[in-house]
Design a protein around this ligand. Structure first.
Ligand code: GLN
Ligand code: ZN
Length: 795
């Protein structure tokens, strides 16, 4: 770097700065982050009220401050009182957007929103997150391999980058002023921020966001000085991107960026001590690089990442180590004995005298607040669980055990061992019938007849035209449907009335599809609250929560089900609805299931059985459902696997094993289908090339994918790969209410036909229609069917 680190002479120390010496050690226990949405989703409510215009900016600010104060109070009450043990990681919408706002790094289309200092106001902040009129929002994408979504920064050579917004430092001052507490601000680190960014549309060919590292470091330098001035003794810079090798950039370039970033930030004099958190996996090569920079501490994820080799740990001499042994990703009690063993081994492997802080593996943002509130979960099952507040307790217990020896926590260890034994012996955890069925699976169960034979049998049975038209499954979930379901749940209407309401909806969806002229119909999924929870509620081995909300993005929260036991299907789950829909039409009706990998990805999955086995248990349950659908006369069955790509391991080396079992479980679910039964699958994204081999191995007869947003960019990759079976690249972007014109659909479809050949192509939207309204649905589907007709004529 040619520039020198910013000097601090201009930064006036805040009054809180005197409270702590900058050399205060890290506490013996901490968490890397806490749920930000509030115990009762207070922030969600306040945000949505603000967006509706029901409350003012001041009221929203008050609600946000209330959530922060409640978090500090709660964490203090739970025992995290030491200096810097409480993280200040609050953000109104997203932690990556928080950095974008801090830097004023608005993409060109939002730049008019920046004020004279280059900062966004509250509404500007939300405009980046949510879009406005013809200005599309920042793209949203998955945060590592979690179900949280962040807003992707868009960077180019002209993007303004400075330190323009002091919100993060304000949190530090707020805690000092209100509770005389020295909190530890948490910020996405500069290298991860740029790796998780994308070049903007204005960026020159070959530009990479990392090209702006120098400017970003300069801004972070001022941020660190601001944090120090506000009184922070420590700052936590999250660098989860370093545990992944899937950023499409040379690993050496990433390591060089790490070296440059932390040498430079470390050289700043008036700064808090720096903790770099390598969460969600193992830091690998980045660990020794960080070890050689003048930072004070490194956090290791010892749950996802495993204990590094002693040689790698030797590089941390002189630093503190934050040991993430309590999972921030799942809701199971920590195995205290195993975690303490890991801590002891870590202490032996580290250079003598290295201070160790016991911590969570990641922020607790992925888990709900407090399991004590789940009074409708069976108390025994509940005693096996740990949500955020319980995990704080575990961290503190382990810190005591590490400092004072096992004897100091013998009661906790004994209690944990007892619960663990109870869990292992529970009849629902280990069901002989399920275990035997999984043990009896043979490769033949995962193998259907050769595709050519299937294709012939299906053509004969279904008699479909060329370029068959269909949808992905769901039709609009109207307010009426949701009202009926809510009334049914509250007991205001009985089963028969609910059933009648759903049947009426199904009949109207079938009639609509016939009117529009689609070839393969669906029943519309009116009866499903959610494509995973619906099945979780009907399968043995799952439990659902009342308050178990976790943030998905912004104000959106989901309530994942808990997969705790062996999975079995007590009775058919979808057959009555599909059979009823089929009885209303002579066209083939497509049965609709959610695949094993997606059910797992969107639930909290048991930690006491290999994932591959859980997937096979689900595969067997779905296989039975497939058989029952066939027996009821359903000739087309779709098994959705939108998550197969999402849960792809972060490191390429871990992928083959994952793909083996995930693909295997799908094949188990569908492998019993007769040759004349047409199996479909659906994947929700267009970066298809990464998993194209795996998708090929799913051996579905028809695969539908998202393609319209990227204007069929995927076609060359598919054509080059030589995808053998049928493919439905979406011709309608269902993510927006815009109706695609007939000519637009025709053009996209024609492109697909030109690239893949008419015999391969299906005509469908990008994804399900549950979030759309009927007006645009009817019009768009009519254009989609019209496009199929137009292109067929030209064949
Ligand atoms: N069948 C589901 C639907 O149409 C698929 C949705 C998805 O894959 N996300 O809603
Ligand atoms: Zn989809």
């Amino acid at each position: 770097m040619s520039t020198t680190p910013p000097s601090s002479t201009t930064a006036a120390p805040g009054m809180a700065a005197e409270m702590t010496s900058p050399a205060a050690p890290l506490p013996s226990a901490t968490i890397l982050g806490y749920p930000r949405i509030g115990r009762d989703r207070e922030l969600k409510r306040a945000l949505e009220q603000y967006w509706r215009g029901a409350i003012s900016a001041e009221e929203l600010g008050g609600a946000a401050a209330g959530v922060r104060a409640a978090t500090r109070e709660r964490l203090t009450a739970l025992g995290l009182g030491e200096c810097s043990s409480i993280p200040a990681d609050f953000t109104l919408y997203d932690q990556v957007l928080q950095v974008t706002a801090t830097l004023g790094a608005a993409p060109a289309r939002f730049r008019d929103l920046l004020d004279a200092e280059g900062a966004l106001d509250l509404d500007g902040h939300f405009t980046l997150a949510r879009g406005q009129g013809s200005r599309p929002a920042l793209e949203m994408t998955k945060w590592l391999d979690s179900n949280y979504h962040y807003l992707v920064p868009e960077i180019d050579a002209a993007t303004p980058i400075g330190y323009v917004d002091s919100s993060i430092a304000d949190q530090v001052e707020e805690a000092a002023a209100q509770d005389a507490q020295v909190v530890r601000p948490v910020v996405v680190g500069p290298v991860s921020y740029l790796l998780m960014a994308k070049p903007s549309d204005e960026a020159a060919e070959g530009f990479h966001p990392l090209d702006r590292l120098g400017d970003v470091l300069h801004a972070y330098g001022h941020l660190l000085m601001g944090l120090r001035a506000a009184g922070a003794a420590w700052v936590q810079l999250d660098e989860p991107a370093l545990v992944s090798d899937s950023w499409g950039i040379e690993p050496d370039r990433v390591l060089a960026a790490v070296r440059e970033a932390y040498s430079w930030l470390g050289a700043i004099v008036e700064r808090p001590q720096i903790l770099v958190a390598g969460t969600y996996g193992s830091l690998g090569e980045a660990l020794p690089v960080l070890g050689a920079t003048p930072i004070e501490a490194v956090a290791l994820d010892l749950v996802a990442g495993g204990l590094p080799q002693a040689e790698a740990l030797a590089a941390l001499a002189g630093k503190s180590v934050v040991a993430g042994v309590v999972s921030g990703r799942n809701i199971w009690r920590t195995d205290l004995d195993a975690a303490l063993t890991t801590l002891e081994r870590l202490r032996e492997s580290l250079p003598g005298g290295t201070p160790i802080t016991v911590a969570t593996s990641t922020s607790l943002q992925h888990v709900p607040h407090d399991v004590e509130r789940e009074t409708s979960i069976d108390p025994q099952l509940r005693s096996w669980l740990a949500f955020a507040d319980q995990k704080v307790g575990e961290v503190l217990t382990l810190a005591r055990g590490l400092a004072q020896g096992r004897g100091a926590i013998s009661a906790e260890l004994a209690r944990d061992a007892e619960l663990r034994a109870q869990r292992a012996a529970h009849p629902g955890v280990n069901r002989a019938q399920v275990r035997d069925a999984v043990a009896a699976i043979t490769p033949a169960d995962r193998t259907r007849a050769p595709y050519a034979e299937r294709r012939r049998a299906q053509a004969e049975r279904l008699g479909l035209p060329e370029l068959p038209t269909t949808t992905i499954g769901s039709f609009p979930q109207t307010a009426e449907i949701r009202r009926a379901r809510a009334a049914w749940r509250r007991g205001e209407i009985d089963d028969a009335a609910y059933d009648a309401a759903m049947r009426a909806e199904i009949a109207s969806v079938v009639a609509l599809q016939e009117r529009i002229g689609l070839d393969v119909l669906v029943h519309g999924e009116a009866e499903r609250n959610d494509m995973v929870q619906y099945f979780a509620e009907l399968l043995d081995g799952f439990v659902t929560t009342e308050h178990g909300w976790v943030q998905s993005y912004g104000s959106r929260c989901t309530r994942p089900s808990i997969l705790w036991g062996d999975v079995a299907r007590p009775e058919p789950m979808t057959v009555a609805w599909s059979a009823y829909a089929q009885s209303l039409t002579d066209k083939p009706l497509k049965g609709m299931l959610t695949g094993p990998v997606t059910i797992m990805a969107w639930s909290f999955v048991r930690d006491d059985l290999p994932r591959a086995q859980v997937a096979d248990q689900l595969g067997l349950a779905l296989r039975a459902e497939v058989a029952d659908l066939e027996a009821a006369g359903i000739g087309v069955i779709q098994v959705d696997e939108p998550a197969i790509r999402e849960t792809l391991p972060l490191r390429a080396a871990d992928r083959p094993e994952y793909l083996e079992w995930s693909v295997g479980s799908f094949r188990l679910a569908t492998g019993g289908a007769a040759p004349a039964t047409q199996v479909h699958t659906h994947l929700c994204y267009s970066e298809f090339d990464v998993v194209i081999d795996a998708v090929d191995h799913l051996d579905a007869d028809v695969t539908s994918i998202e393609a319209s947003r990227s204007r069929m960019d995927i076609l060359p990759a598919v054509a080059a790969h030589g995808f053998e079976r049928q493919l439905g690249p979406g011709v309608w972007d269902i993510h927006s209410p815009r109706v695609p014109s007939l000519s637009e659909c025709t053009e996209l479809l024609q492109r697909a036909v030109d690239a893949l050949g008419a015999a391969t192509v299906w005509v469908n939207p990008d994804c399900g229609l549950k979030t759309r309204a009927y007006a645009e649905t009817e019009e768009s589907l009519a254009n989609l069917v019209g496009a199929a007709r137009a292109v067929r004529e030209g064949l």
